[in-house]
Write a protein that binds this ligand. Structure first.
Ligand code: ZN
Length: 415
């Protein structure tokens, strides 16, 4: 049994219990209450009690947009990577993420799904994995890694995307992902900032038939499609064809917002990767011109899109979209930058915690088991030094994340 005492922020978005307690038994939350209502418990080596001055108790955080194992922010570096290299980098990434307070994540493009059996067998310890497997991209799309080589060469390289053409190839790629254990399907209906041959903010990728085929295959898996969608046309087409989760969404307009509300979609802006890019490009000489130009062009539009979605009441999730590149400033020990960015975008600390826990648990289809501190849910809980109801600053420094409990087991303890 583990008993945590402190300010309880349960993830539902309401005011915290200032002097509260959370009792964990096995891998389950048994009780969430005011400290004064805590039943008497005996001194016992089987009962561990944790309390720090000015501590906040939160549900384990969830990040809904990661790519475990990429290790670089440059498309050119992805060429020549190997499964072995990506596996090792993913182990490091997952460790950094969990040390920052995350007990689950949604991976939107990598082979990390193939590591889940190893986690289940106890060979490795990592956050809970909810993953799309490999991305589906069209020829010349954002996941076609480097547009300066021939398509034949690109298709023969190790890549975390399937470069597909036509409905049949879309279905085949979805089914291979499903066979590998994928939990959802990730497609790319626009270009992107980091790919060198497309116009991120202006174009649309995939035909409607291809998108609808992916949606049908995902529904056959009991799940949904997430789309990397930055340009307006690619967001619209995705939404019209049944995509449930829009990533980035730089150019959301009223029509898109209405469709998102009507279809009960999620919007995951991933402000952190864009911010990191901007900061890096501003200080670094000699950056590839296309990268800098695309980033600067969409940066302001991105925040306008978030503002629109926030005001309309679209369900917004939190994901950093980091690539595990320390030099670039997007390694996973900085994943909580998304908290700071959301605060900058106008959300309150309690709203942000709710997005990173409750809303994100819906996005990984585990809202019945994770995302809030409630009796009966799984024991994924963190203890953070500082008042997370007043400011998100404490969580942005992982040394304030004193205790991480996942599935009832202590996986970080720097008390
Ligand atoms: Zn991404």
């Amino acid at each position: 049994m583990i008993i945590l005492k402190g300010r309880v922020i349960d993830g539902n978005g309401g005011q915290p219990i200032e002097k509260g307690a959370v009792v964990l038994e096995g891998n389950t939350i048994r009780l969430v209450c005011a400290e004064k209502d805590l039943p008497d418990y005996p001194e016992s080596p089987d009962i561990q009690v944790f309390e720090i001055e000015d501590g906040s108790i939160l549900p384990g955080l969830i990040d809904t947009h990661v790519h475990m194992g990429w290790g670089s922010a440059k498309a050119i570096d992805w060429i020549g990577s190997t499964p072995q290299m990506q596996t090792c980098i993913a182990l490091r990434d997952m460790q950094q993420l969990r040390d920052s307070g995350y007990t689950a994540f949604r991976d939107l493009g990598s082979d990390v799904v193939l590591m889940r059996p190893a986690a289940e067998a106890g060979y490795i310890s990592c956050p809970r994995i909810f993953a799309a497997g490999r991305i589906l991209t069209q020829i010349g799309g954002h996941g076609d890694p480097y547009h300066k080589i021939t398509i034949e060469a690109a298709q023969s390289l190790y890549n975390v995307a399937y470069i597909v053409n036509g409905v049949d190839e879309v279905r085949k790629a979805c089914r291979i992902n499903a066979r590998n254990g994928a939990d959802l399907i990730k497609i790319m209906t626009t270009g992107g900032v980091f790919s060198n041959g497309d116009k991120a903010g202006e174009i649309s990728h995939f035909s409607r038939d291809e998108i609808r085929a992916a949606v049908e295959e995902a529904e056959n898996m009991g799940s949904y499609v997430s789309s990397h969608a930055q340009a307006n046309r690619g967001i619209r087409t995705a939404l019209e064809c049944g995509v449930k989760s829009i990533e980035h969404g730089f150019y959301l307009d009223d029509y898109c917002i209405d469709l998102m509300l009507k279809n009960d979609c999620w919007y995951i802006p991933t402000l952190s990767i864009m911010h990191t890019s901007k900061v890096y490009f501003e200080k670094k000489e000699g950056v590839l011109p296309y990268l800098k130009e695309k980033t600067m062009k969409s940066y302001e539009a991105h925040y306008r899109a978030v503002e629109k979605a926030r005001k309309a009441g679209v369900k917004i999730g939190m994901g950093c979209d980091f690539l595990g590149d320390a030099e670039f400033g997007c390694s996973y020990d900085k994943a909580t930058m998304e908290f700071e960015r959301m605060a900058f975008a106008g959300f309150t600390p309690l709203e942000i915690v709710r997005m990173a826990t409750k809303v994100n648990s819906e996005i990984i289809l585990m809202a019945d088991k994770l995302g809030t501190l409630e009796a009966g849910k799984l024991a994924d809980v963190i203890l953070v030094k500082g008042d997370m109801s007043k400011s998100v600053d404490p969580i942005t420094d992982s040394s304030n994340v004193k205790l991480v409990v996942q599935d009832g087991k202590i996986v970080k303890n720097i008390m």
